[in-house]
Ligand binder design. Structure first.
Ligand SMILES: Nc1ncnc2c1ncn2[C@@H]1O[C@H](COP(=O)(O)OP(=O)(O)OP(=O)(O)O)[C@@H](O)[C@H]1O
Length: 321
């Protein structure tokens, strides 16, 4: 697996996972040996297709699923031996709505804070509700709230005890634009306060937008984890689009050695090259294009997105089996 060099050398990771496996009753192996260190204060996005094991991984770190083998520590403490201590460092926003329907919003949140032995702090809870645009719903019954509002309550609940690590499991699946905006604002605020944030997502744009590092999980394995920018640079390919003044019906022989694709209308040549390579071959290509007597109208480049990288990785993994 490809793993980035740790630039935060010396600082212990907030979460350390070694050789983690999980086989559910019935025999399904959801995690097949995960090694992962999560740095304090980073935003890590875990990408993966349905059933990849993302929720299992998160639930294990939070102590909701018992690992089959391997170890996990949070804040230097073991999640099994020191369950209460590690759990109190963590806030979890689950995928499913898990709220007592008859509770009043503020009571639910006060209760969550109390569960972790934290002293009451109405000011903090009010500011949390305000960040989630929930202040005017403070005294409402949870059962009266819309789905989106209930999700906001879940986030407030997860943050009620001021955890150092926040897990967001598929946070924006099915949520409206307003909530998405509020959520990313809150994530940014938490990041500034030094909270570590781990989110799972199917939405690649989301990872592209907010994560510092991105991990790709498929079939219980961590296929790759790296700084988002490195990942895009090292695994990405770039393309150069050469628009011709006059369309051609076929590639001239002198251009056949280049990795070129001619568009159906004969007006565009697309050249794919390794973004990391020392020699891109662009100079030679442009020279050859001009030698072949083709006039240029325009030149553009594009870089493969995280989505292309993700699809490639998961696809190749599938083929290796
Ligand atoms: N309690 C369970 N008992 C048996 N199998 C389970 C259980 N929970 C999950 N699984 C299986 O383990 C695999 C991984 O599931 P998991 O929910 O961790 O994936 P995921 O990556 O979070 O997927 P999604 O994005 O769909 O939530 C799936 O094949 C799932 O069916």
């Amino acid at each position: 697996m490809k793993q980035s060099n740790d630039s935060d050398m010396g600082k212990p990771p907030i979460i350390s996972i070694r050789g983690l496996t999980k086989t559910y009753k019935g025999g399904h192996q959801a995690l097949k040996g995960i090694d992962l260190e999560i740095r304090e204060g980073e935003i890590l996005a875990l990408l993966g297709p349905n059933g990849a094991g993302k929720t299992t991984l998160i639930s294990t770190i939070c102590g909701l699923v018992t690992p089959t083998s391997g170890t996990v520590s949070v804040g230097g403490k073991d999640i099994i031996k020191d369950y209460r201590a590690t759990r109190s460092l963590i806030g979890l926003v689950p995928q499913e709505l898990t709220l007592g329907a008859f509770d009043v919003v503020i009571d639910t949140i006060r209760f969550s804070r109390g569960l972790f032995g934290m002293k009451p702090d109405e000011r903090y809870l009010d500011s949390l509700l305000a960040d989630l645009s929930l202040l005017d719903k403070k005294q409402s019954m949870v059962s009266r709230l819309s789905g989106g509002m209930k999700r906001r309550v879940l986030i407030a609940k997860a943050l009620a005890h001021q955890p150092r690590v926040l897990f967001l499991d598929e946070p924006t699946a099915g949520v409206d634009v307003e909530l998405r905006k509020d959520m990313w604002k809150l994530v940014e605020k938490l990041r500034q306060e030094g909270v570590t944030i781990i989110l799972t997502t199917h939405y690649i744009e989301e990872a592209e937008e907010i994560a510092d590092r991105v991990g790709v999980i498929s079939d219980g394995r961590l296929l790759v984890i790296d700084e988002k920018d490195n990942l895009m640079n090292s695994l990405g390919q770039k393309q150069l689009m050469v628009d011709l003044k006059t369309p051609i019906s076929a590639l001239p022989d002198s251009l056949k050695d280049f990795d070129l694709l001619l568009s159906d209308d004969g007006q565009r040549l697309t050249y794919t090259f390794d973004a990391k390579g020392e020699r891109t071959g662009i100079t030679a290509l442009l020279h050859a294009v001009s030698e072949a007597g083709l006039g240029l109208k325009d030149l553009n480049t594009s870089q493969s997105s995280l989505e292309d990288i993700f699809v490639n990785l998961v696809h190749n993994e599938g083929r290796q089996k």
